[in-house]
Design a protein around this ligand. Sequence first.
Ligand code: NAD
Length: 461
Amino acid sequence: MEQIEQLIITQKTFFSSGKTREVAYIKSKLQALKSAIISNETAIYEALYKDFKKSKFEAYLSEIGIILSELEMTLKNIENWSKPKRIRAAALNFPSKDYIFSEPYGAVLIIAPWNYPFQLAIAPVISAIAAGNTVVLKPSELTTHTAQLIEDILSTVFERQHLKVMQGGVPETTALLKNRWDYIFFTGSVPVGKIVAKAAAHYMTPVTLELGGKNPCIIDDSVDLKLTAKRLVWGKFVNAGQTCIAPDYLLVKDTIKSELIEHLKIEITSAYGENPENSEDYPRIVNAKHLERLEHMLKDVSIVHGGVINKQDNYFAPTLIDAPSLDSKVMEGEIFGPILPILSYANETEISKIINRYEKPLGFYVFSNRKEFYKTLIKTHQFGGGSVNDTMIHFGNPRLPFGGVGDSGIGAYHGRLGFDTFSHKKGITIKANWLDIPLRYAPYSKKLNMIHRINPLINTK
Ligand code: NAD
């Protein structure tokens, strides 16, 4: 505790010096971070492989590449993002000039999960540093090799007064949360999100909570089944299904379900071979506890593909389950692994009935060539974000907000929105003195009529 308190004091003192807000300084640090990531590319591959046998391709696509694009975008735009933004003044305040100032919060705590252990730790760091904050980063204790490498890389780029990595599990995170932070950014599960929100409430600390949910994927009978199956297999089994925005379960038009299942089987084999355990591209489950959690979901269900487990290596085959009961374990909560339950619907009321059993999800997917069908579904249901005729790809556009709603999270980030997440927006009106319209001053006697007439005409744009 003492060590943490001391660190926070050191960081707050550094923040007060104003250095963390100097754009040239921030840019030099982000540039150094970019170089350090590029020169550590092989080490990142190795760490991710040691943690859960992630392939180089997936490591680049979903961890390194995304971070390099985020850095590039931030470096290009930071001057513009940091500038006070002049906005239209209110006519009632005439004459005045109005601005929005972006002000860093101060001491930021970032807590990261294990499933994309590099990307989900570094992306919020980039935004927090860009906005001018100091950072303490707590990576996941379940992916130890990546956590150590993150510490090694970041400690070569940042002095501890600016950014410090603190490794540890529940006791260490609990100790961190006992302190007063100016902002907390958490990515992880809903139950831990609630612990973080409670700890933050103690000091009225603002939070972003990037959580999870049971993401539905609806498929109607207007689609090309082969293409749909290919995209589904990619979205569900990338990272062995350990993705917060992976499609959790399918809701398929009853008339095409059997045919889609056959296509899914073909696409799984096409991607990972007859035995995915031998595929270099198929990762492992992060640890034995999570493997066991997933194994329980196979009880009392009809496995139509996969279902093979190798406990020696935390291997869990890409698995398809046909028509599980809504009361089964696999339909209880977020799966977060390579199990795909396939349910069917006869009409649109049935779709909503199933989706509405669960809290608002983080991701939402529709495969259909009927515009009205997918537009209605998007409008009717509340969820973090999603895509039509594909899965997860909305994550790849840094100009789209990424975040949940309700149980799937509070707040959003990526790109400009990431910078905004870590800055308080100060609204400032600078009043001129060359004119002083007497309307607002007492005595008000005859002015009510006048304000009645003027009020609807102003501030309409
Ligand atoms: P988790 O909630 O178990 O852990 C996340 C972080 O919280 C870790 O750093 C961990 O050390 C810490 N932690 C765990 N228990 C704690 C406790 N009792 N008190 C304080 N800190 C604690 O989540 P996870 O297993 O690492 O990640 C999986 C979950 O995260 C899934 O639910 C997934 O949907 C979600 N997730 C969300 C996003 C997103 O961007 N919305 C991204 C990835 C994962």
